[in-house]
Ligand binder design. Structure first.
Ligand code: 5GP
Ligand code: ZN
Length: 112
């Protein structure tokens, strides 16, 4: 979609540090990391947020990617956090669905 930063990253028009890619998903490092490991997991298809998902199985496949990347990044045993911010009140700032994968340090709860 035009004017979507994450679509531009998928297209290669904006550079990103890619950590995983397949035909359906891309995982890249967050430009402003909040933890030693902070990656964004996105479907390549432009979907705005959780409410716009039509194929529920996509989420199962996406979590399969999260499992792979957590192993690849060495955070699968100590643990990690997966965050999705949906809409304005959820704190979503980029309108292309993404799941934050955060690890490498202890995560406080509750979030602010
Ligand atoms: P949100 O607040 O929408 O859940 O998260 C958006 C995330 O995207 C933020 O953590 C922000 O740092 C990250 N981000 C925004 N623009 C870019 C960019 O151009 N490249 C990368 N790698 N991350 C970005
Ligand atoms: Zn997009």
């Amino acid at each position: 979609m035009a004017d979507c930063i994450f679509c531009k990253i998928v297209e290669g028009d904006i550079p990103a540090q890619k950590v995983y890619e397949d035909h359906e998903f891309l995982v890249f490092a967050d430009v402003k990391p909040q933890a030693p490991v902070h990656h964004l997991v996105i479907p390549k298809e432009h979907i705005s947020n959780i409410m716009e998902i039509k194929d529920q199985d996509l989420l199962g496949r996406l979590f399969g990617v999260i499992q792979k990347v957590a192993q690849q990044e060495g955070i699968s045993e100590k643990g990690f956090r997966v965050v999705n911010n949906c809409g304005d009140d959820g704190g979503q700032t980029v309108g292309h669905i993404h799941f934050h994968l955060l690890g490498g340090r202890f995560m406080e709860w509750p979030p602010g």
